[in-house]
Design a protein. Sequence first.
Length: 108
Amino acid sequence: MLLYADEDFPYPTVVELRRLGHDVLTAQQDGQSAAPDAHILACAHSLGRAVLTYNRRHYDRLHRGGAPHSGILSARQDSNHAALAGRIHAALSGLCPGRWCLRVNRPP
């Protein structure tokens, strides 16, 4: 899937998602470091990419407010980047870009 990692999203997880076959562009690679969340969401949408973020509240607010987007996946922080990437990969399985908003949590 085409993904866009917000600036707070960990690069080791991005690398693992790429290994799993996802096309991930980071905000830093796109020259969007320190850009507001609404701008990141618009940039990702213009590229047909779903946003990856740890910042659930702000992106949920944008989603509920009707901001156009190609998907939002927020995750709970996890230092086990391979496990986090695996959970994200599983959550995205079978999805197409669209106006969905998902949350991926750590297992109990």
